[in-house]
Design a protein around this ligand. Structure first.
Ligand code: URA
Length: 288
């Protein structure tokens, strides 16, 4: 796994950045003067007395916005409710899996998720089981259903380019979804379908033991953290992953959303850089 900025020559970094722009659809220049679109907007100088119009500038940021502490998510009042028989069966099966191959074999014959009936095949994961970085999306689409692997369609190709832009290949990551069969017509998976798959997702996290989990979009972030905040509020912050104390998590925008909303790609780029820096800190032995 290469480093993004530390070990590369500036020209190599520039080439990666240009490739990222091209992938984002930026393929022409629109002004003679260059402008740093990513520069932070300068804040007003705080007034020495900290009152009046400058009072907010002088206030300490709330703890949840500090980069060195995990963001405390707003939790839904009751996430779980009474588990159904399907969920109970899923929990027991998932707990019994000692390896990813065993987990996959159990899922192949698991009948507790209604999506299985309409999908062509199981679509569990791609990437390396030893990866320090795990990415979790929402649900397989048409291409994924055909190939039996997550994120292989247009959104997946964009995801691969985003990973390449921070020096990662499929061998450096493990990719899965919160449900493992395609919902008919690409509808949103129902809470029952998501809950039936959740024990298998949790077991995957235990077996992979990633250092970092990235949620691709709101559905995965909500399901695994219980957050009620929208993705725009949640993204780009380090989150705790309930039940997995050694793992840090960050939500970012879903690649399918980025395909529809190119202007949001700069936010995803920021998130990817934060993930890259955290991975580098782990490789260097420091806490990300
Ligand atoms: N979108 C997802 O959330 N997952 C996939 O596997 C493909 C598209």
């Amino acid at each position: 796994m290469g480093t993004l900025t530390g070990m590369r020559a500036p020209a190599e970094n520039a080439a990666i950045l240009l490739e990222w722009y091209r992938a984002m659809g930026i393929d022409e220049t629109i002004a003679g003067e260059t402008r740093d679109w990513y520069a932070e907007i300068p804040r007003a100088e705080p007034s020495p007395i900290g009152i009046g119009a400058d009072a907010n500038v002088n206030r300490k940021p709330p703890i949840r916005e500090r980069a060195d502490l995990p963001h405390r998510v707003e939790l839904a009042p009751d996430r779980a409710g009474v588990p159904s028989n399907d969920v109970m069966a899923a929990r027991e099966l998932a707990r019994s899996a000692r390896t990813l191959n065993e987990l996959r074999a159990l899922l192949e014959s698991f009948e507790g998720c209604a999506l299985r009936a309409t999908a062509s095949r199981l679509c569990l994961s791609r990437g390396s089981p030893d990866a320090p970085l795990m990415l979790i999306g929402e649900a397989p689409g048409k291409d994924e259903d055909r190939q039996g692997q997550p994120f292989v369609g247009r959104a997946g190709q964009l995801l691969d380019r985003m990973l390449a832009a921070i020096g990662l290949t499929e061998a450096d990551v493990y990719i899965t979804n919160i449900v493992f069969w395609r919902p008919p017509g690409n509808r949103t998976p129902s809470p029952e379908e998501v809950q039936a798959c959740q024990p298998f997702l949790e077991r995957q996290i235990e077996l992979i033991a990633p250092k970092i989990v990235v949620f691709l979009g709101n559905a995965a972030a909500k399901q695994l953290t219980g957050a009620t905040e929208g993705i725009m509020k949640l993204r780009g912050k380090w989150l705790e992953l309930p039940g997995h104390p050694g793992t840090r998590a960050m939500a970012t925008l879903h690649p399918a959303y980025l395909l529809r909303t190119p202007a949001a790609k700069r936010l995803a780029w920021r998130d990817m850089l934060a993930v890259r820096a955290a991975l580098d800190a782990i490789e260097g032995g420091a806490r990300p």
